[in-house]
Design a binder for this molecule. Structure first.
Ligand code: ADP
Length: 513
């Protein structure tokens, strides 16, 4: 199959969070013989710095750009996956985070930037940029790409479209005037299109107009159809439920492998787990915490925002530190939460170490050195850190929601005795539940190291690599293109059939109008 994968970030070229991890590794997992997968990204400075072997493919005249926009072509991460970059310096060549300025506020022209990106994707999808290639499927990710299915839905002959929701809370909402300023087709201004309570919603373009919608775990797929997690879009998602699937993210087992990790103090695997202790001692040493195997060393890695439940950790520190527990925190986000963590680190210097900022190496060292990883997220579409921690033998302590519910088996009497447990979970995201669960983990840790190692090993043996999830995406792509029979011969036969594309247009009309 020919697949165009569009995203605003992909590791290792540019990363702000889990979206980049997924968009960096899923295309590579999809790229088996017979599949031609190509990623399209904005040409941010960091991307231009890291990508190699780029050539200039085309210059496109696009609405929203006063100059022709250059499309660069190359290969993604030295793999078989193709790479297209949308090179519009006025939109994308600026330092720092792709979405926000240094003070944490959104770039004021985000709507213009990602509308332009979407128009470049559409040109490519319709064969107007790379004349030698036309994808059968365009796979879009999160609000930054939401206009792609909306704009493509205006074309009778077009590729099938899939929109993946990685986090429904980020919607790309802009005032109605922006809709006019972006010169979007009038027909898209309706409650079946881009209008959301009088505002322009980029994410609605994806949810309402794509042929299929996915999200990143089966539990989150159910949750977003409820008013608690639906962020106001639950009605639309219920309406689209026949075309909504939850496919669990996989993890990149090359980058996150304690047996080969070049960032950590000492590599290890299930056969030499004693080496994990060297990582714990190194983490304690590096972060000014008393060294020793006895205290339960907790780690937190992630955005410091309300979604992640970090405020719930902050209010329970005093109770937590009555027990032999240490905590290393790495993250950035909400300035007020960052400050509260920094203040707390001064109050508990030999219990708490806090690192504000983004640090890939430290993330690996915490995964390797901690005994447990805390993830009290109020909601968690999938979550990758808990999968990495399973691979690193670092027992997750998680709120039972979204992908955390789908990946972590809580330790109780049954799961302890049949050795199926992989972590400690709680049902309500409250400070009390976090303390109780951490203390429960501590008791288990102190009671029997043999049982603890069994718990660790069960987690390390779990396979959350990409192949199973990639196979589900491929199945969905085939369905969308009417390729019911997935034998390689038939894929080739249908790939060149224009009838397919018309079939999808018809489907689109049945779903939406
Ligand atoms: P998110 O909601 O942020 O996407 P995920 O758990 O899905 O959460 O993915 C988070 C990813 O970002 C993981 O790879 C994690 O290691 C990484 N990460 C988050 N914050 C930091 C940080 N401050 N420094 C280094 N890596 C980070």
């Amino acid at each position: 199959m020919d697949i165009l994968f569009c995203t605003s970030e992909a590791y290792p070229l540019i990363k702000t969070g889990g979206l980049a991890d997924v968009c960096g590794s899923l295309p590579q997992a999809l790229s088996a013989p017979g599949n031609d997968v190509r990623i399209i990204l904005p040409a941010y400075p960091e991307v231009l710095e890291h990508a190699t072997g780029l050539t200039s493919l085309a210059r496109l005249t696009l609405i929203g750009a006063t100059e022709p926009v250059e499309i660069l072509a190359g290969h993604f991460n030295d793999s078989n996956v193709g790479l297209y970059l949308v090179n519009s310096p006025v939109h994308f060549r600026r330092p720092g985070n792709p979405y926000v300025q240094e003070d944490g506020s959104d770039w004021p022209d985000n709507a213009e930037r990602f509308a332009l990106f979407a128009r470049a994707v559409v040109a490519l999808a319709l064969g107007q940029a790379d004349t030698g290639w036309r994808p059968q499927v365009v796979h879009c990710n999160d609000w930054q790409t939401g206009l792609v299915p909306a704009l493509l839905s205006q074309h009778e002959v077009r590729p099938a479209t899939l929109f993946s929701i990685h986090n429904l809370a980020f919607q790309g909402l802009f005032p109605v005037e922006t809709f006019t300023a972006l010169k979007l087709p009038e027909s898209l201004w309706s409650i079946d299109g881009l209008e959301f309570h009088g505002k322009l919603s980029f994410i609605k373009g994806g949810i309402a107009c794509a042929d299929q919608v996915t999200t990143v775990s089966p539990t989150y797929a159910q949750e977003i159809c409820t008013s608690t997690f639906g962020c106001g879009l639950e009605g639309l998602l219920q309406y689209r439920s026949a075309s909504l699937t939850g496919i669990l993210n996989g993890m990149d087992c090359k980058t996150w492998n304690p047996a080969t990790d070049r960032f950590i103090e000492r590599t290890y695997n299930i056969h030499n787990l004693q080496h994990k202790l060297a990582n714990k001692l190194a983490l304690q040493r590096d972060h000014g915490l008393p060294r020793g195997g006895q205290p339960l060393l907790l780690g937190y890695i992630g955005r410091l925002v309300e979604q992640k439940g970090v405020d719930l950790i902050l209010v329970m520190l005093e109770q937590l530190f009555r027990h032999p527990i240490q905590l290393v925190v790495l993250g950035s986000g909400d300035r007020a939460l960052e400050k509260r963590f920094e203040d707390a680190a001064h109050r508990y210097p030999d219990r708490l170490s806090v690192h504000i900022g983004y640090n890939e190496q430290l993330a690996h060292r915490i995964q390797a050195g901690a005994d447990c990883l805390l993830m009290p997220s109020r909601y968690e579409p999938c979550g990758l850190s808990q999968m990495y921690s399973l691979a690193y033998g670092t027992v997750p302590i998680t709120h039972r929601t979204g992908g955390l519910a789908d990946t972590i088996v809580n330790l109780d009497k049954t799961t302890a005795s049949d050795y199926s447990a992989t972590g400690f979970s709680f049902d309500d995201a409250t400070p009390e539940a976090i303390v109780d669960t951490c203390v429960r983990a501590l008791s288990y840790f102190q009671a029997s190291r043999i049982n603890w190692w069994k718990l660790v090993i069960t987690g390390m043996k779990k396979d959350y690599s990409w192949p199973a999830s990639a196979a589900q995406y491929l199945e969905l792509y085939r369905d969308m293109c009417g390729l019911k029979d997935s034998t390689p011969e038939n894929q080739g036969l249908h790939a060149s059939s224009p009838g397919l594309i018309l079939l999808n247009t018809e489907r689109q009309e049945t779903h939406i109008h």
